[in-house]
Design a binder for this molecule. Sequence first.
Ligand code: ATP
Length: 144
Amino acid sequence: MAAAPKIQLDVVTPQKLAYSDQVDLIEGPAVDGLIGILPKHAPLVTAMKIGVVRVVKDGEEIQIAISEGFMEVRPDQINLVVRTAELPEEIDIERAESARDRAEEKLQSSGENIDFARAEASYERAVARLKAAGHNDRSYTTTV
Ligand code: ATP
């Protein structure tokens, strides 16, 4: 039996090549909603939001936390170019929890000098990192 077709996924940040492998499918947070890509997908370019990218390879699943960026898809290649990307084993859970708690405090305060968009983005990054690291011990209010 012929091997199932795969698609090459490269996850790139300004600092590093975060992930590079032949995979079976990915699913991630595009600006218009969750998008799934299989091998031989039609070419497209989309902006990506902060969230978790689910990668399936040989029946195994890997979750990658990403912040905003772009994804370029060709039938045999996905280039995911994002500001930050971390694999579960790279995620510092305590750091993400502190970032989440700081952002939550800001979002709950009523100060005039609070940049809510910035606090919200920081909260979403922290929650995405905790989710990718499998640290789901709280119910989160956003859908990253
Ligand atoms: P913090 O407030 O903890 O710095 P942040 O969301 O502001 O979080 P970013 O600006 O998104 O941080 O990322 C800066 C760098 O630190 C990136 O290289 C990112 O991959 C890394 N990073 C941020 N948070 C974590 C974490 N919890 N675990 C591992 N790496 C992290």
